[in-house]
Every structure is written in C-alpha cells, then in structure tokens.
Design a protein around this ligand. Structure first.
Ligand code: SF4
Length: 287
C-alpha cells in the first residue's frame, strides 16, 4: 500500500480509537498492526530528531488542508479583536526556558497574592514544550494536580492526553497551563478577583512561548481569554476567536466529556481539534 494511503488510514484509525466515533471496517484492519508499528517508530524518530524545537514549522500541509481550512473559516464568526496587540519578542528556546523557570521558582511557587494560596498543596505552573505551536488552557488545578504540582494529571488529564495523541502529537510536544495556578477549594470555579490576580502569570507565559494556537478547555477558560462573560460553551466551541492576535479555538473541557461521554460531544471535540490541526498545517484525517 502506498505510504500516503497508509498515512491517511493511520490518521483515521488514530482518531477513531481516541474518540470511539465509529467502528473500524474490515478493509482497514489489515493496516492496524502496521499503523501501530509505524506510530511507535514515528514517536521514537520524532523524539530523537526534534526534541526541543518549534513543533509545526516543518510539517507539510496535505492537499486537503487548504480546502478544509477554507470551509472551516467560512463558518466562523468574526474573530474578537484583540484588546492589545501581541508584540512580545521572539525568544530563543534557552531564553524561554530560563524565563519560565525563573517565573515559577521565584514568583509562582511562593505566591500569596490571592486567597487560593491558603488551601493549596502545590502551585501548578504549567508544563510542556516552550516552543509549542499549541497551548491548552484549562480552568485551574484539581485534586490530583494540586497533589502533584502538574496540570491535567487526573482522569481529565488522561482524556486530554488521548486528544493530543489523536492529533499525532505527544503531551510533551504541547504546552498545558491553567487560568489560575492554585486549586480552588472543592474544585469551585475561580472567583473573578482570583482570576484577575493570577492571570498576569499566564499572560507572561503566553508572551514567552508565543504559540500559534491557543485551545481553551471549558467555559471559564474561554470566558477569561476572550473577556466575554456572556459566552455559552455550546455555541462558542468550534469557532475561531483571537487572544491578542493569536488564534484561539474553544472546545469542551475533558472533564465535561468524561461526564457527557456521547458520540455528539466527542465528535464536537474532534472537529475542533481538526480545525486546529488544519490551521497548523498538520495532516488532518478526512473522516
Ligand atoms: S492562584 Fe495565582 S495569584 Fe492566587 S496565590 Fe495562587 S499563584 Fe498566586
């Protein structure tokens, strides 16, 4: 089978497995084993050759990408105008790491600027590739994240990892952060004053990383990043917006999908992620 065909089938199988949207037909089963083997080889190769660079610059766009992106953009509402132009300087990988480590060590870990510091076990700064093309932004740490000091490490984190894998990426290829760095008690939504106090950290992280796309996970994250408190998740997901000139794709929070595990919700997330892949020139499964 030609490699292009194998690649298309592999992408489709990967997405179908991750999201469980439909059964795998018999004619595709012959390439399952090869797909798994190739996936393992690709992961190894990718890690060996590109450990620490911008993710998507060298990924060639497939022939269908332009038309898909065109179709997606034709359905989009006008993107929100950025309140402030994004004019942060491009930094080297080493400089990005240095600045992020310094911010975490010297400012966030000891931060007592809002009441969320009182009940936290650990701050959760964020983690991932400082040159990532995609930054996923959630609402705030949960219990597991608070205990481990890492974002998205519980069941919702496992779900997010599947989404990332379905996109053909590894967790360490993207960057993951939250609106607030400390766990709100009982997993409540962060209060507006807590968000206002904490988000300068996130803004500085984004200025340092300069991703090509931001993916907000859940409504609180979307509301903060857009500054629009009236948004509804169902009507907002899948529609491009902007944060200071960076394209922003809203989608559901993985925890919501775990609670509402239906074909419709999973298809919606996968549709959103495919739009992100097309925007970044990544190979996009046709189905
Ligand atoms: S939530 Fe943010 S602002 Fe509040 S104490 Fe934690 S790090 Fe500081």
């Amino acid at each position: 089978m030609e490699s292009a065909t194998i690649n298309r089938v592999r992408l489709w199988l990967r997405s179908e497995r991750a999201f469980g949207l439909s059964s795998v037909p018999a004619r595709a089963s012959a390439v399952v084993e090869q797909e798994e083997q190739e996936q393992a080889e690709l992961s190894t190769t990718h890690g060996a050759q590109h450990p620490d660079r911008a993710l998507f610059a060298s990924v060639a766009a497939p022939k269908n990408t332009a038309s898909r992106a065109q179709a997606d953009s034709s359905q989009a509402r006008p993107a929100q105008q950025p309140a402030q132009a994004f004019d942060a300087p491009h930094l080297s990988t080493a400089e990005k790491k240095s600045r992020l480590i310094a911010m975490d060590s010297n400012e966030v870990r000891g931060c007592t600027k809002c009441r969320l510091c009182e009940k936290r076990t650990n701050t959760v700064f964020g983690e991932g590739n400082v040159d990532a093309g995609i930054v996923f932004i959630g609402e705030g740490p949960g219990e597991n994240e608070d205990l481990q000091g890492r974002p998205f490490v519980g069941r919702a984190g496992e779900m997010l990892n599947k989404w990332i894998a379905a996109m053909g990426l590894r967790r360490e290829d993207v960057y993951i952060a939250n609106i607030v760095k400390c766990r709100p008690p009982n997993n409540r939504e962060p209060a507006p004053d807590e968000v206002a106090t904490c988000t300068p950290y996130l803004q500085r992280q984004l200025e340092i990383i300069r991703p090509k796309v931001i993916v907000t996970l859940g409504l609180p994250s979307l509301k903060h990043m857009t500054g629009d408190a009236k948004l509804a998740m169902g009507r907002s997901r899948g529609i491009w917006r902007e944060w200071r000139g960076i394209k922003l794709m809203p989608t559901f929070h993985p925890a919501y999908i775990l609670r509402n595990y239906t074909d419709e919700t999973r298809a919606a997330v996968w549709s959103d992620l495919k739009m992100v892949m097309a925007e970044l020139g990544m190979p996009v499964p046709k189905r």
